[in-house]
Design a protein around this ligand. Structure first.
Ligand code: DUC
Ligand code: ZN
Ligand code: ZN
Length: 472
């Protein structure tokens, strides 16, 4: 006799490869049956007319990351994970960031303390390596990779984090040996510094000049260089937050030459343009992120890459800073020159609805590709598949039930993050999750979060599929 804790019945299930009508039987947090007409579960959910999708895996977001200069991220693991769950996401992967002079192990331990008792959905960690000392390269990093921290980010810009080419090569060599995934923020630091000085000398310091200080070419050059470094070491890399045409051209070239270059993009590069940095007064600060949003033509290149497989993952890059806040977009409580505006915008909760509505709803990508980009591929990329990122027997019952016809006008007051604005205010989307289950437990239902703080578990990641060492 079947004995299910939960049954989701009458819905349309979609994975990265298939769409089918069947019920989902859940026991002890796992999917245990996929068939029609399952016996009743203790909780029985009617999903008639709904889509039953794998919960999203947000492979790039920032929560409670220590910041320099008195800045503070607005979301911790509690508000961030609640917001994610309310937008249909069931796994988040934020960053344990090493400060210069700090041991990498200490950064990871500190980040565990920040997460402890807070998350309502499961989470893993990437690392950010800002100080690749001999100890990091020889001992800490290899050990941490073997313990389940199998991806790390390298910055080519930002004074407190950037690495030079030699340091990047050293880290890529470790990634190759251990089978880890290196994520690269590709912007040319010196070009940005030089342009920023020129703009400031001319008195051009409003938020919109942030975009002028980081034109496409600084991203193109760094993307090209990152590709060359990856080729030299013979290791795959993932270029994060790709913003437009010229970076895409570099990646297409690399792929065409057989190089294993993966790419991520984010909602801001299909939903915003640099005009959004030129809103009245200082409001453009709300859209300051790096790389900056580009223009309509670049948005189309991003859509093409989402549809044709150039991009493997679609992440939020949620980097939450409050607008009217001295710890956020107004350091010291003032409107400041663009170089002092913290880079980043919120997007955990709106990531999936925006891509669903603008992508699937407008016929730019199909539903299976939507699932691949937002759940399955990030789970594979970071060694969490098939436990996460799909609906399959034996996998965690991380599921978002969507009403594909639900119309929502995005309004910050209805979102659950701790940021005082959304860059997507007033945008109408069609399709929104009505219920999110994490390991079979309902954590969000009809606009209300209902997961308890601390129920989310830390996930040790396996080796990323694309980075497993080749047999030698
Ligand atoms: N890079 C990120 O990955 N997130 C926020 C800001 C940035 O530059
Ligand atoms: Zn970045
Ligand atoms: Zn980021």
């Amino acid at each position: 006799m079947d004995d299910f804790d939960v049954v989701i019945r009458n819905g349309t299930i979609a994975t990265a490869s298939d769409t089918m009508q069947c019920d989902v039987g859940i026991k002890d947090g796992k999917v245990v049956a996929l068939a029609r007409n399952l016996a009743r579960g203790r909780t029985d959910i009617d999903a008639a007319g709904k889509l039953v999708l794998p919960g999203g895996v947000d492979g790039h977001c920032h929560l409670d990351q220590p910041m320099p200069d008195g800045l503070e991220m607005a979301d911790d693991f509690l508000s961030g994970s609640i917001s994610a769950a309310c937008g249909g996401t069931t796994t988040v992967i934020p960053f344990a960031a090493q400060a210069k002079g700090q041991s990498l192990r200490a950064a990871v331990e500190d980040y565990h303390r920040r997460a402890e008792g807070k998350a309502v959905i499961d989470y893993a960690f990437h690392m950010i390596i800002s100080d690749p000392t001999e100890t990091v390269l020889r001992e800490e990093l290899p050990r941490l990779i073997r313990e389940g921290y199998t991806s790390f980010k390298i910055y080519m810009t930002y004074d407190d984090m950037k690495l030079n080419d030699r340091q990047i090569l050293d880290l890529l060599a470790v990634a190759r040996r251990e089978g880890a995934m290196a994520m690269i923020h590709a912007e040319n630091s010196d070009c940005i510094a030089w342009l920023t000085e020129q703009l400031e000398a001319a008195g051009l310091t409003a938020p919109k000049y942030h975009a002028a200080s980081r034109p496409m070419l600084v991203e193109r050059e760094a993307t090209h260089r990152a590709i060359a470094l990856s080729e030299l070491v013979d290791v795959p890399i993932l270029i994060v937050h790709v913003s437009g045409k010229e970076a895409i051209e570099q990646i297409r070239w690399a792929r065409g030459h057989g190089l294993r270059i993966y790419a991520e993009t984010c909602p801001q590069y299909v939903m915003l343009t640099e005009q959004d940095l030129d809103m009245d007064g200082y409001h453009g600060a709300k859209c300051v992120c790096s790389p900056p949003p580009r223009d309509k033509e670049n948005q189309q290149y991003i859509w093409d890459g989402l549809a044709d497989g150039l991009f493997t993952v679609f992440s939020s890059d949620h980097a939450p800073f409050r607008y009217a806040d001295a710890k956020g977009k107004m350091p010291e409580g003032k409107e400041v020159p663009f170089r002092y505006i913290p880079n980043g915008i919120p997007g955990l909760e709106t990531r999936l609805p925006l891509l669903f509505s603008e992508g699937v709803g407008r016929g730019r990508i199909d539903l299976n590709r939507f699932v691949a980009l937002t759940a399955t591929e990030p789970a594979k990329m970071y060694g969490l598949y098939p436990r996460k990122g799909t609906i399959a027997i034996g996998g965690d019952a991380d599921i978002a039930i969507w009403d594909p016809l639900k119309e929502v006008v995005i309004a910050n007051e209805a979102l659950h993050h701790n940021v005082d604005y959304t860059p997507y205010e007033g945008i109408k989307v069609i399709g929104w999750p009505t219920m999110t289950l994490s390991r079979g437990e309902i954590v969000y239902q009809e606009n209300r979060p209902c997961g308890t703080a601390g129920r989310g578990k830390f996930l040790k990641c396996g080796l990323p599929d694309p980075a497993r060492p080749k047999k030698r």
